[in-house]
Design a protein around this ligand. Structure first.
Ligand code: CA
Length: 423
């Protein structure tokens, strides 16, 4: 179920004027899904269009949009019921919404809410969260720092999409503050570990794939099927505590250093909206096993930026990269995940892993940008090696072509560590 259709037509305009501006994230060709409320009101499902939100919950109550037939799917305050419907229904609903919002033949009486007046919530109940390690540049940089520059990649890296099972419970929506975590710390010169506040708090710039169509336990999926099973994508900041990580992670993967908070953007950009921006994976250094063979380009050309604003200061862009550099696509990650017999379910979140490009200004973490603190980066009002309390990190992402498909904001501010009185 791939290819272009009338929802991708660059000539289409909307009766929502701000959707026709060339710099909006949300033209009529995007139509990302989210969850919003007005004040303390109930959570409703909506689609972003220009600087407005189309209220799908109201449309469903009014009988103008009924993707679930007699069953309501926009009344739960999360998108899981809709994401669990057939892929053809996702497409038909997108086509119908585009028609309703079209400047030609649309319906300007539809219920809109100003985005500036709405509070945005987690768009999905995140069933499980798996995080990968799929950028060759990132894995090479980290391997150079912590292993051996002549042998930076582990021998399995060029054959397996490496991942670990993370925590869904601390996935939060953009704008949610994150406390500096506490944990076990042990410097190379220390005789013994101690418990305290992280001193090397970092970001990880990632893209998240949200599974729509499940696969049952014991039933693997092929690459084309996996691509189609993904409902859409969000931006991720996978906050990371490097000093906790370096002490805890060997010989297994990261644990508490990643479990304290993961921020996602509030709008799910559908896989269908990204279709015009598909990009091939980088050339394979070694051939992948047949079950990981991709017939189609499953990466996307998504420009991404990280900006850092110290408290009371302006934001400075500290990294510019692109999702197309990823060695393993989200579809391949899903193939590998299901290949053992692991059930993947509606609302599962797959983090791409840190997205680093080939040049030092395109690295997706401060660990790499500052080379573990050796080379501070310039920000407004000072420099940074790792994050300080009060810092706000904003990740943005967008596709650029005949129109712009944006993801909205993925922001978080660091609050001081909480002293629980434990040691
Ligand atoms: Ca990560």
């Amino acid at each position: 179920m791939t290819g272009l259709n009338p929802t991708h037509d660059p000539k289409r305009k909307s009766w929502v004027d701000t959707a026709n501006s060339t710099d909006t994230d949300f033209p009529i060709q995007n139509l990302p899904f989210g969850v919003f409320s007005e004040g303390e009101g109930p959570r409703r499902v909506g689609v972003a269009i220009g600087d407005m939100i189309l209220d799908l919950t109201a449309l469903e109550v009014g009988g103008k949009l009924t993707p679930g037939g007699d069953t309501k799917v926009f009344d739960q305050g999360v998108l899981n019921p809709f994401m669990g419907l057939a892929q053809t229904v996702w497409s038909q609903t997108r086509a119908k919404i585009a028609d309703l919002l079209d400047a030609e033949g649309g319906d300007p009486s539809l219920p809109l809410v100003a985005r500036s007046a709405a509070q945005l919530h987690l768009p999905v109940f995140v069933r499980s969260y798996t995080d990968f390690y799929a950028s060759k540049e990132h894995a090479t940089n980290v391997g150079c720092m912590f292993r051996d520059p002549d042998n930076a990649l582990m021998p399995n890296w060029l054959h397996i999409p490496i991942g670990y099972n993370g925590r869904a419970s601390t996935v939060v929506v953009s704008g949610t503050p994150v406390h500096r975590p506490n944990g076990q710390l042990k410097g190379p010169q220390d005789d013994a570990p101690r418990f305290g506040a992280c001193q090397k708090l970092d970001i990880e710039l990632e893209l998240g794939a949200l599974v729509g169509t499940p696969n049952p336990m014991g039933q693997p999926v092929g690459a084309a099927e996996a691509y189609d099973n993904i409902f859409g994508y969000v931006l991720i900041n996978d906050w990371s505590a490097r000093d906790i990580q370096v002490w805890e992670y060997q010989p297994l993967g990261p644990f508490q250093s990643k479990a304290f908070g993961t921020t996602i953007s509030p709008w799910i950009v559908t896989r269908e909206a990204l279709e015009p921006f598909r990009a091939p994976a980088p050339e394979r250094v070694q051939p992948l096993l047949p079950y990981l063979h991709e017939e189609t380009p499953n990466n996307f050309d998504i420009r991404m930026e990280v900006a850092l604003a110290p408290k009371g200061q302006d934001a400075t862009v500290i990294s510019r990269t692109n999702y197309k550099y990823m060695y393993y696509s989200s579809a391949l990650q899903l193939v590998h995940h299901a290949s053992s017999g692991c059930a993947m379910e509606t609302g599962d979140l797959l983090g791409s892993g840190t997205i680093s490009g080939p040049t030092p200004d395109s690295f997706g973490s401060m660990l790499e940008l500052t080379w573990n603190g050796r080379d501070p980066v310039e920000v407004d009002g000072g420099t940074r090696t790792f994050l300080e309390d009060g810092d706000t990190v904003a990740i943005t992402g967008w596709c650029e072509g005949a129109y712009r498909i944006g993801f909205g904001n993925c922001d978080g501010t660091i609050l001081p560590a909480v002293d629980f009185g434990i040691s």
